[in-house]
Design a protein around this ligand. Sequence first.
Ligand code: FAD
Length: 238
Amino acid sequence: MPVPRKLRCQVSTVIDHGERVYSIFLSPEKRFPNFLPGQFLHLALDPYDPSSFWPESRVFSIASASSSRQKLRITYSVKGKFTSRMEKELKVGKEVWVKLPYGNFVVSSNTDVVLFAGGTGITAFSAFLERLENDQETSISIFYGARNSDLLVYRSMIDKKVEFCPRLNAWYFFENGNPQKDYEVKGKLSVSSAFDMLDEPLKKEYYLSGPLGMLQSLRADLIAKKIPAEQIKIDAWE
Ligand SMILES: Cc1cc2nc3c(=O)[nH]c(=O)nc-3n(C[C@H](O)[C@H](O)[C@H](O)COP(=O)(O)OP(=O)(O)OC[C@H]3O[C@@H](n4cnc5c(N)ncnc54)[C@H](O)[C@@H]3O)c2cc1C
């Protein structure tokens, strides 16, 4: 595992996805260290003086794959004080500090997996999905939910991967709006809907990412369906 490094970066692109959800791209003054899909970084908005303490920061999953170490992407939703500051201050050209990589929420490539992503929780999986090859041997089923379909901000990347990678299947859940396709479901992410789509669910490993309340309820439902606790991995955000 690479040793975490602190780097000064510049915001190079900002995408406003609506409903206070944003993606930003960061360009570092030196190349980013290598990292694994599913790892995260600490982002500080105030300047860092290497002879002093690390400033206040929050953690964000690294949404892009490490193949480009000149640029990386995070996606965040405004929740509290810090992310409100991000919304106000993160404009193109703004300097920020990051330290990375951290975390071990890394999806196994040796077993069939099921991924549940709530909202911006998809960022724990997007780098993994982006790197899938078409000769992928184990199966990957992703259930990706958001309040409305416009907030499924990584959907077009996933749709392209589904075309390219026969072992990947994706279903999209949204609370507002009407499903048009048979792989779209109205409502919140749910284990019972997912189990209707899965073959041999007891043999798979489950990865859950997103807000804590959602994860707790999905985990309880998986346990009730007799999935052993050691087959359930969680990346809780609160
Ligand atoms: C592994 C991981 C990955 C994550 N990835 C993403 C992501 O990709 N996108 C995303 O939108 N969110 C992500 N989050 C959540 C994100 O880090 C923030 O916690 C979340 O956005 C809350 O928003 P806020 O900081 O504005 O809220 P705030 O209300 O400002 O604070 C939220 C939490 O931060 C802690 N906190 C408060 N003050 C301080 C302080 N001075 N220093 C340090 N901590 C403090 C508190 O425990 C509080 O519960 C991730 C969290 C984790 C643990």
